[in-house]
Each structure stands twice: as structure tokens, then as C-alpha cells.
Design a protein around this ligand. Structure first.
Ligand SMILES: CC(C)(COP(=O)(O)OP(=O)(O)OC[C@H]1O[C@@H](n2cnc3c(N)ncnc32)[C@H](O)[C@@H]1OP(=O)(O)O)[C@@H](O)C(=O)NCCC(=O)NCCS
Length: 180
């Protein structure tokens, strides 16, 4: 399936998703990826990010047939990302991942609205039927976001990741819009 690459989705009056472009990569965005407080519950935390790597990542996702990487823009500012992908066209399923990098925008319901919107787009436009995501068990914010969007726990990868010197579980969740 040929995917439309340049996509814009309105979330509310001042927030929208737009396919991320190389020109959107800023020092601010790179700094989010290197910020322990922001990334501590994600795999980004385990390596250092540089401007050029981030540009390569964004370009690679832009050219991918199996990923849609969106920037989250609020008040016309880039505040975070949300990704639908990898998409499995055979199984009509996709992974969903996200972060709000600008801490001023935490706790305003933005991640919840963005996940709901991306699922709506994936279902209606891309005809996907299953959405998968996951979080470290200590990530209460992400747990709430995914629950509010209808995701159910499908599995626990016991003692799967090292967090601050301790082994903790990672939680696997899924959502099937047709069953909701
Ligand atoms: C986790 C994260 C995505 C939440 O985004 P957000 O836009 O602040 O989330 P929302 O405002 O939609 O919050 C949804 C619910 O979670 C709660 N919540 C948000 N962050 C929380 C936290 N750190 N601890 C406990 N609850 C939290 C909110 O209060 C809200 O609850 P309510 O509906 O009962 O009021 C955001 O903090 C973030 O990007 N963190 C860093 C990166 C990350 O962890 N990404 C996800 C990896 S799986």
C-alpha cells in the first residue's frame, strides 16, 4: 500500500500533528532526547543523540513505507512526537509510541488526545485493525494515557529492562477498535 507522506491532523484549537521533516529538527528537539527526566522510561535513554543522527532518523522515517512519524505542534511550537509504526500491512497492525518533550505541556491531556487521533487516522485512512504499545511498569503517565485510549494489558515481560540499577517489568498493551 502506498502511504501518503505529508499528513496533518488537527487535535484541537491549538494543537495539531504534522509529518515531521528534517527541517523540523532543532537543538531543542535533540536536547529532549538527551534529557534524563524526559526519556528515563524509554529506550532513548540508553544512548547519546546528536543533531545529525536525529536528522537521519527523521529522514529515514519520512521515506519509510511502514512508519508515520508526526511532530506534535502546540501554539505553533514543536512540543513532542508521536509515531505510528512499524506498520505491518499484512496483519493490519501498528506500533504506537510518543513523547511530549516540552515539560510545560505535560498533564494537559495532549498525549491522550494525540494517541486517540492517530488511532482514528490509522483505522479510517490506513484500514489498520490492531494497535500495539508498551511502557515500563513505573511509567504511570503512559499507563494512564494508554488505558484512557482503550488499550488493554496483553502481557508482561518480566524483569525485562534495567531501570536505575534494578530489573523491572515492561508491559505490553494492545487495542482493537472493532472490539471496543
Ligand atoms: C507520559 C506522557 C506521554 C504523558 O503525557 P501527557 O500529555 O502529560 O498525558 P495526559 O495529560 O494525556 O495524561 C493522561 C493521564 O495521565 C496522568 N499523568 C500524566 N503524567 C503522569 C505522571 N508522570 N504520573 C502520574 N500520572 C500522570 C494525567 O494526570 C492524566 O490523568 P487523568 O486523566 O486522571 O487526569 C508524558 O509525560 C511524556 O511524554 N513523558 C516522557 C516520555 C515518555 O514517557 N513517553 C512514553 C513512553 S511509553
Amino acid at each position: 500500500m502506498k502511504m501518503k507522506r505529508d499528513v496533518e491532523i488537527d487535535i484541537d484549537n491549538n494543537t495539531r500533528l504534522r509529518t515531521l521533516l528534517k527541517i523540523d529538527v532543532s537543538e531543542k528537539y535533540v536536547a529532549w532526547l538527551n534529557d534524563y527526566e524526559i526519556m528515563k522510561y524509554t529506550e532513548q535513554n540508553y544512548f547519546e543523540h546528536f543533531f545529525s543522527n536525529v536528522c537521519d532518523f527523521v529522514e529515514q522515517k519520512y521515506n519509510s513505507e511502514n512508519d508515520l512519524l508526526f511532530g506534535i505542534f502546540s501554539d505553533d511550537k514543536h512540543i513532542g512526537n508521536i509515531k505510528l509504526g512499524p506498520i505491518s500491512w499484512e496483519h493490519k497492525s501498528a506500533e504506537v509510541s510518543y513523547f511530549i518533550g516540552d515539560k510545560n505541556y505535560w498533564g494537559r491531556g495532549i498525549a491522550t488526545k494525540c494517541v486517540k487521533s492517530i488511532i482514528d487516522y490509522g483505522t479510517k485512512v490506513l484500514h489498520l485493525e490492531k494497535f500495539n504499545s508498551g511502557y515500563y511498569e513505573l511509567n504511570l503517565g503512559s499507563e494512564k494515557v494508554l488505558k484512557k485510549c482503550g488499550f488493554c494489558v496483553e502481557g508482561v515481560r518480566v524483569s525485562n529492562v534495567v531501570f536505575e540499577g534494578k530489573r523491572i517489568n515492561s508491559i505490553l498493551v494492545g487495542f482493537i477498535p472493532k472490539l471496543s
